[in-house]
Design a protein around this ligand. Structure first.
Ligand SMILES: [Mg+2]
Length: 138
């Protein structure tokens, strides 16, 4: 296949730049949530040492990610397209997308998951998969 790949898929410099900036933003998002008390109960539950409690906390956090994605769906359904990109107004499509990403940042930072690196790998993998990833319907 002979097609242009996005710079993020080919340039190590751009990948490192993204990883550094996204990581810094992710740590900021996590710090805000810690300061707002959102990790107090979760950390206490995980400190109990009960089996399976850490995955249960993670699953709960993923529910919040899913909730933000659902709010994005509602925004896409109910708002005029012209309002979707209004990033200064709460509850717009772009703000709900942002909420989804921020929840992912928070979760990944708490568990030292290299989310930025994984995003780069996903983009690179998708860039190599070709048109409709080899014939998938959607
Ligand atoms: Mg929201």
């Amino acid at each position: 296949m002979n097609r242009d790949l996005p710079v993020i898929a080919e340039s190590l410099w751009h990948q490192a730049d993204f990883i550094q900036a996204f990581g810094k933003a992710s740590r900021g998002a996590y710090q805000v949530n810690v300061a707002n008390g959102w990790w107090e109960d979760r950390n206490a539950i995980m400190a109990s040492g009960m089996p399976s409690v850490v995955p249960l906390v993670v699953i709960g956090c993923l529910g919040l990610v899913q909730s933000e994605a659902s709010e994005a769906i509602e925004a896409a359904r109910k708002q005029p397209q012209g309002a979707w990109g209004d990033y200064l107004t709460k509850d717009t499509l772009v703000r709900e997308l942002a909420g989804t990403v921020v929840r992912c940042m928070d979760l990944a930072t708490r568990f030292d998951l290299p989310l930025a690196e994984a995003i780069v790998e996903e983009i690179k993998a998708n860039a190599e998969r070709g048109y409709k990833h080899g014939g998938k319907a959607a």
